[in-house]
Design a protein around this ligand. Structure first.
Ligand SMILES: *Cc1c(COP(=O)(O)O)cnc(C)c1O
Length: 390
């Protein structure tokens, strides 16, 4: 058997069922219909309602964040979080090139320029050590403000991202960010339920972001949230995401250019039901990941991307990484998996290779460029394994 045939057969063994298997399907095994029905019956479907508050409270309890502000999606949450962190026109935002496009888009919505960082192969998150070296060459802190001396632009934020749910080495990053006086905005869109040394991801930055898109670990259809421990930033986020309307019994008075970014009650209702089942979903995802690890163990040429030591990943998307020697067969592998009905995807095209971000400043991105040609996401739905009694 060729390497490709072996991998396809093992992925089929892991999913343990015939036919078409999608990359990631949500699992609705709780009160989703009941709560959504309640919204319809009471008429509270839109941008106010009890489920939004409940959803936010549950997010705080799960993550340990003091405040949560639910938004229409993760991209809007990122946009708002970056603005509140002080990102503005003609500043730069450090972020991995290896990320979903929303991270770079959100910086662009602020009129800022992404500045791309390389990743560590162990975590696929920002390499803090090399970032520090890079900043030593191109940055200066003047009066407490970090500038890129090549472009004269202020470096306004750094956005680490927890790839496929695996926590980045955030302690090291917090240190580098503090040294250069750059606020952190964590893109924890993929890492609900992932912990770095017992602390939930999305609680290390000044502001942080989650996503509840249909393909994420839990879903609200579309949705996101801003997390912060800062009361005034949380209040500001709530105000700006609800069109910056001043509270008044009947008048329409807005005190800033606001956004229509709040999560509707209808979506929050689904979210509350999903969060009630989060532990079950996470256990299923871990069980599935362990099966992939076990099944691929004796196949030379491929590895499963596993959680870093002392971290707990939600194993959002299982990822196979081909050895360098075998990377030429990646596209054949993708073709074979998809032809066999096992929906699989390459990792994102790195941001610095996309037309609109080609000219952005960047450090050397050789690890990113190497990994991007060798990583494949394979079916990861929590429903592929049994629940707690299975
Ligand atoms: C999903 C995702 C987002 C954005 O989330 P949406 O809710 O789809 O807008 C942002 N960043 C990363 C890394 C993501 O994976």
């Amino acid at each position: 058997m060729t390497l490709i045939d072996q991998i396809v057969a093992r992925v089929r063994d892991v999913v343990a069922k015939p036919g078409e298997v999608l990359l990631h399907m949500p699992l609705f095994a709780g009160n989703e219909s009941k709560y959504v029905q309640q919204c319809i019956e009471t008429g509270w479907v839109s941008s106010a309602g009890a489920f939004v508050t409940q959803f936010e409270q549950k997010l705080c309890a799960i993550t340990g964040s003091r405040y949560a502000v639910a938004t229409v999606n993760g991209t809007a949450a990122l946009h708002m979080a970056l603005m509140l962190a002080g990102v503005e026109r003609d500043t730069e935002v450090l972020m991995p090139s290896l990320t979903f496009v929303a991270t770079a888009n959100a910086a662009s919505y602020c009129g800022a320029i992404p500045h791309f960082c390389d990743v560590e192969s162990k975590t696929l998150g920002v390499d803090s050590y090399r970032l520090d070296e890079h900043l030593s060459q191109i940055a200066k802190v003047r009066d407490g403000v970090c500038f890129n001396t090549n472009t004269s632009r202020r470096i306004a934020a750094i956005v680490p991202m927890h790839t496929f749910g695996h926590p980045v080495n955030i302690d090291a990053l917090v240190e580098v960010a503090a040294k250069w006086n750059i606020p952190i905005v964590e893109d924890a869109a993929e890492s609900l339920g992932s912990f770095y040394h017992n602390k939930h991801t999305g609680t290390f930055g000044k502001l942080n972001v989650l996503s509840f898109n249909g393909n994420k670990t839990i879903t609200t259809g579309a949705g996101g949230a801003i997390l912060t421990d800062d009361a005034s930033l949380a209040a500001r986020a709530k105000h700006l995401t609800t069109t910056a309307k001043e509270p008044h019994p009947f008048e329409y008075v807005h005190d800033a250019i606001g956004y229509n970014y709040r999560l509707p009650n209808l979506n929050a209702a689904m979210g509350v039901a999903q969060l009630e089942k989060l532990d079950d979903i996470l256990r299923r995802k871990r069980r599935l990941a362990l099966r992939y690890i076990e099944m691929m163990r004796d196949i030379p040429g491929v590895k499963v991307f596993t959680e870093p030591t002392d971290c707990r990943s939600n194993y959002w998307l299982n990822t196979l990484i081909l050895d360098k020697a075998d990377m030429a067969v990646r596209d054949q592998l993708l073709t074979a998996l998809n032809a066999a009905g096992l929906q699989s995807r390459p990792i994102w095209r790195p941001m610095h290779q996309l037309a609109m971000f080609k000219e952005c400043p960047a450090m050397s991105l050789h690890v990113t460029e190497g990994i991007a040609q060798r990583a494949v996401n394979v079916p990861s739905s929590p429903g592929l394994v049994g629940g707690d009694n299975a």
